[in-house]
Write a protein that binds this ligand. Structure first.
Ligand SMILES: [Mn+2]
Length: 305
């Protein structure tokens, strides 16, 4: 029976889960989810239409459904035995802390791709004759947990660059092929290096303009920088701003993705609660919420006026 996977569409981690599934299983249907409310909508339809009857296993990765939906799954015997949620967002762990769901694996130490990799190597035959896949998973983990910065591991950072260059589906197909083919250490080939260079040049141009449009406001001794920009640039702008002493927190309003990203620029002041207050979720230093009308008005009133 085919496998269904609902994954976070935004970054190498969410897509890494789809890549692993496609390498591990023959038939995989994947669904991109923008954020947790998008996941809830799509998963609810999937359950109501009884589509799950057509699948052997259902994975939800790098995201977690709402408690309402988790309860609905928990009460559905057919579903509960073949569905697995793999996530690493602290706000989702907090949301389910009083509950006992056996189909959830939340671990804060690693990215979702690492968690799924460990699960699949334990429970399925995700065995490769080489280290390539393992190295790809490690790079994805370094990227997603921001550890690439400490280690200055640019290969990890370039995963995101390649995602921007190739697009979501292009990224998935490219790495499924690459990881299935090569049998030595994970390395970027000449073609990939060219893509990375082209993309970085392009991004530099856009960022140089974007950084001039950031509006700064100091509230309670914290410097907030707020900007409207394209979603793909949320992380590169926060990198660029980290040389800027005048910004502690970046509020990045991505109209193209209908999300707001919050980034701690000084890596000290936490942003999770800012997102949570707007029904968002995330990690301590990187979080997000929907860019709906209500949230936008609140943010404009506080940070742009
Ligand atoms: Mn992740």
């Amino acid at each position: 029976m085919p496998i269904k996977i609902f994954s976070h569409q935004a970054d190498p981690d969410g897509l890494g889960c789809i890549i692993l599934s496609k390498i591990c299983f023959e038939e995989v249907d994947y669904i991109f989810c923008k954020n947790f409310s998008d996941l809830d909508l799509k998963l609810n339809d999937f359950i109501n239409n009884e589509e799950y009857l057509n699948y052997g296993k259902i994975y939800i990765t790098d995201l977690c459904p709402s408690v309402n939906l988790l309860d609905k799954i928990n009460n559905n015997e057919n579903l509960v035995n073949k569905l697995l949620v793999i996530d690493h967002h602290i706000s989702n762990l907090e949301k389910i802390k009083d509950k006992e769901y056996h189909f959830i694996n939340i671990n804060l130490d690693k990215c979702a791709t690492s968690l799924l990799y460990e699960y699949l190597t334990r429970h399925h035959d995700l065995i490769l004759p080489n280290k390539t896949l393992k190295e790809f998973v490690l790079l994805t983990n370094l990227h997603d947990t921001w550890k690439w910065k400490e280690e200055n591991n640019l290969d990890a950072y370039y995963l995101e660059t390649l995602l921007h260059k190739l697009g979501k589906v292009g990224y998935i197909n490219h790495f499924v092929d690459k990881l299935n083919l090569i049998s030595h250490h994970f390395q970027y080939n000449e073609e990939e290096k060219n893509w990375i260079k082209e993309q970085l040049d392009e991004e530099q141009k856009y960022l140089n303009n974007l950084i001039k449009r950031v509006i700064y406001k100091k509230i309670d001794n914290i410097n907030y920088g707020t900007v409207y920009g394209l979603y793909d640039y949320r992380n590169s702008l926060s990198d660029k701003l980290s040389d800027h002493k005048s910004c502690d927190i970046l509020i990045f309003m991505a109209v193209d993705n209908e999300t707001v990203s919050f980034r701690s620029i000084n890596n000290e002041i936490e942003v999770k609660n800012m997102a949570k207050k707007l029904n968002g979720y995330g990690h301590k230093l990187a979080a997000a919420c929907d860019l709906n009308h209500e949230n936008e008005i609140k943010l404009i009133q506080k940070f742009l006026s």
